[in-house]
Design a protein. Structure first.
Length: 403
C-alpha cells in the first residue's frame, strides 16, 4: 500500500493513495470517527426527524395564521437547512424566507414573523442570540438542536416548541436531521406542500445512494470513490445549473473544503456566466502549461494542478407546492448554460464531471445531488491520509474566539 500521510510526492502534488479506497480494512482504520458511517445515516436521519418533529407538536405554530416572514437563524450546516427550505419553497412561496447567519435577528422582525433557530450543538451563539431576540420581540419561535442544551432552555423559557436532534455525528453530517424539522415547521405554517410520501421517497433515495457509495463497493462501481479520484489533485469548481442545484453545489463545496481540505469555488452557474467562468481561461485552466488532451492516456499527461469542474444539473420544473415554477424557456436557458460550460471546459482542456438530479419531488432531487459529493469528500480526505472528522484549524479558531 502506498503512503497515505498526505505528504507531497515527486511531482509536488500531495500523495493520493488510490489503493486505499478499495481496501475495506484500511478504509475503516483511516476513518476512526466513522464519518462514512455518519454520512450513510442520511436516510435514517430523515425518518427519525419526522418522528421527533411530530412528537414536538408544532400544530400550535400555525394557529396565528401565515407569518409576514420567516427567518432561519444558524451558521454552517444549520444555515444550509434554511437554504434548502428556500429552494423547496420555490419562487411562489407567499412570504419571504431569510437565512440569517449573524448573531441576533434583523431589526424589522417582530410579532408578525417566525424565527426558526437551528443549532446541531444547541449552543451556537448565533442561534441562541436569535432565539432570545425572537422571544423578547414576541415573534413566534421554533428551536431545533441538541436535547438538554442551552437552546432548549431558551425555547422552554419562551414556551416555544423545541425539536430535539440527537447529537450522534458532526454537524456537517447531520444535514437531514436539521433540515426535516425546518421543512415541517414551514409546512405547518402553510408555506410549502410537502407530503409524507415526499419525505419517505427522499429517505429511500438517500438509502439507495448510501448503498451505491458504501466502502465495500470498489471504485469502478462506486460513484463517490470515482468522483473523489476525478477531483484529486485539482482545484474543484462546483456549479449548479438551477437554484435547486446551486444549493447542492454550495453544500458540495462545504464538504470538500471541510472534509478533504480542498480550496473550492461553489455557486450558481447563472452567476458564474457573468464572471467566474473566466477561471477557465486562468493559470489553472486554459493557460496552464501543457494543456491536457482529454482523449490521451492520463499516464502520458503532464503533472500539475488543474481546475476540475463539477457540474450539478437539474431538469426539474416544479416548486415545493407541486405547481410549475419556471417556464420551459427558463429551463431551456439553464440547459444551454450547462451545455456551454461543458463545451468551454473541453476546449480548454479542463475536465468536467457531471451529476444529474433524479426524483419526482424537489426534495428528492436535492438529495440525489447531495449524497454522492458528500461521500466523495470523505473518500478524498481518506485517500490523502486525512481524518475527515478532525479539523484542527476549526478547533483552534473556536479556542481563539473564546478568549
Amino acid at each position: 500500500m502506498g503512503p497515505i500521510d498526505g505528504t507531497a510526492g515527486i511531482s509536488g502534488n500531495p500523495v493520493v493513495d488510490e489503493s486505499l479506497l478499495d481496501d475495506l480494512k484500511a478504509l475503516e482504520a483511516s476513518d476512526p470517527s466513522g464519518m462514512l458511517r455518519h454520512i450513510a445515516s442520511a436516510g435514517p436521519q430523515v425518518r427519525e426527524a419526522m418522528i421527533l418533529t411530530a412528537e414536538a407538536n408544532l400544530n400550535g405554530l400555525g394557529e396565528e395564521g401565515r407569518p409576514r416572514a420567516v427567518v432561519v437563524a444558524g451558521v454552517g450546516t444549520a444555515a444550509r437547512a434554511g437554504d434548502l427550505l428556500s429552494t423547496v419553497a420555490g419562487a411562489r412561496c407567499p412570504v419571504p424566507i431569510l437565512g440569517y447567519r449573524s448573531a441576533g435577528i434583523p431589526g424589522w422582525v417582530g410579532a408578525a414573523d417566525v424565527v426558526i433557530a437551528v443549532s446541531a450543538s444547541g449552543r451556537s451563539p448565533e442561534a441562541l442570540a436569535a432565539a432570545e431576540a425572537a422571544a423578547r420581540r414576541g415573534a413566534r419561535l421554533v428551536a431545533i438542536g441538541a436535547p438538554d442544551s442551552q437552546l432548549q432552555s431558551v425555547a422552554e423559557r419562551a414556551r416555544a416548541p423545541f425539536v430535539p436532534v440527537p447529537r450522534r455525528a458532526p454537524a456537517r453530517a447531520s444535514l437531514w436531521a436539521l433540515t426535516v424539522p425546518v421543512l415541517l415547521a414551514a409546512r405547518t405554517l402553510g408555506l410549502i406542500r410537502i407530503a409524507e410520501a415526499d419525505l419517505a421517497e427522499t429517505a429511500t433515495r438517500l438509502d439507495a445512494d448510501a448503498e451505491r457509495c458504501k466502502p465495500a463497493n470498489e471504485s469502478f462501481v462506486n460513484p463517490a470513490k470515482a468522483l473523489a479520484l476525478e477531483i484529486a489533485h485539482s482545484i474543484p469548481i462546483v456549479w449548479g445549473s438551477s437554484p435547486l442545484a446551486t444549493v447542492a453545489a454550495r453544500r458540495a463545496a462545504d464538504m470538500l473544503s471541510t472534509n478533504a481540505r480542498y480550496p473550492v469555488v461553489g455557486g450558481s452557474l447563472g452567476e458564474a456566466g457573468r464572471g467566474a467562468v473566466g477561471l477557465l481561461d486562468g493559470v489553472y485552466g486554459g493557460l496552464a502549461e501543457g494543456v491536457r488532451d482529454i482523449f490521451a492516456d492520463p499516464e502520458d499527461q503532464p503533472e500539475g494542478t488543474r481546475l476540475r469542474v463539477l457540474l450539478l444539473r437539474d431538469g426539474g420544473l416544479t416548486s415545493g407546492d407541486g405547481e410549475e415554477a419556471v417556464g420551459t424557456e427558463s429551463s431551456a436557458a439553464e440547459d444551454r448554460r450547462a451545455d456551454a460550460i461543458e463545451e468551454l471546459a473541453t476546449r480548454r482542456g479542463v475536465r468536467c464531471s457531471v451529476l444529474r438530479a433524479e426524483g419526482a419531488s424537489p426534495l428528492e432531487r436535492l438529495a440525489s445531488l447531495i449524497a454522492v459529493p458528500d461521500f466523495a469528500s470523505v473518500y478524498l480526505a481518506l485517500a490523502h491520509g486525512l481524518d475527515p472528522t478532525a479539523v484542527p484549524a476549526v478547533t483552534e479558531m473556536k479556542e481563539f474566539t473564546r478568549r
